[in-house]
Design a protein around this ligand. Structure first.
Ligand code: GRF
Length: 207
């Protein structure tokens, strides 16, 4: 049974896609053990509670500095003995110690076809604004392992989504969610739960 922790910061539609996939039997041999947010107002926490899943908030402002938060965050994660940590719209930089301790066990969903429109500053609507500004005809989403960089870890799954004339960032974001994100993330979890994905550190990545 794969024990999964989902890290969220916002509305939680990707979390909901995971929960729906578990209920529909598209994700098996998996337990969504805990949902953790840095944002007490995240609707994702409500989605977890409605589904009977432990949901908690670890609030950076409750700690005197980033190091204290990072330590508390990692200690909290360790309490759940997780096999997989899923970043589903989590807007907090993962502490280096956590990347090291959980290497190959942290995955992230990014709303573009990495290496396009990713890295520092590319999150949420900004990703789609950049794609429209560049005039790409195809965008999409990527599930990747999390390493010490920003959106630089080994790619697991990708799915392309057409950009349509007249798309606004909001319309494009919704299409990418519906046609890519909400499909890829459950798919990746199911593959990991059944040992169908091998983790290999990208070349040049420091240990
Ligand atoms: C999604 O667009 C995801 O790709 C990005 O953050 C957003 C989270 O949305 N990482 P939600 O909270 O899952 O609705």
């Amino acid at each position: 049974m794969l024990r999964v922790g989902v890290m969220v910061s916002g509305g939680g539609t990707n979390l909901q896609a995971i929960l729906d996939a578990v209920d529909a039997g598209k994700i098996t041999d998996t337990e969504i053990t805990v949902v953790i947010s840095n944002n007490p107002g995240a609707y994702a926490l409500e989605r977890a509670k409605k589904h009977g899943i432990e949901a908690l908030c670890i609030f950076p402002k409750d700690y005197e500095n980033r190091d204290a938060f990072n330590e508390a965050f990692l200690n909290k994660i360790d309490e759940y003995h997780l096999d997989l940590i899923v970043l589903a719209g989590f807007l907090v930089k993962i502490p280096a110690a956590m990347i090291e301790k959980y290497e190959g066990k942290i995955i992230n969903i990014h709303p573009s076809l990495i290496p396009s429109f990713c890295g520092v500053g590319f999150y949420g609507l900004k990703v789609h604004e950049a794609a429209l500004e560049r005039g790409v005809k195809v965008t999409g989403a990527t599930v990747h392992f999390v390493d010490s960089g920003m959106d630089t870890g080994p790619i697991i799954l990708q799915k392309a989504v057409k950009v349509q004339d007249g798309d606004t960032p909001e319309v494009l974001q919704r299409r990418v969610m519906e046609q890519a994100e909400w499909i890829l993330l459950p798919q990746a979890i199911q593959m990991i739960a059944h040992n169908q994905i091998a983790y290999h550190r990208r070349g040049g990545e420091k240990a």
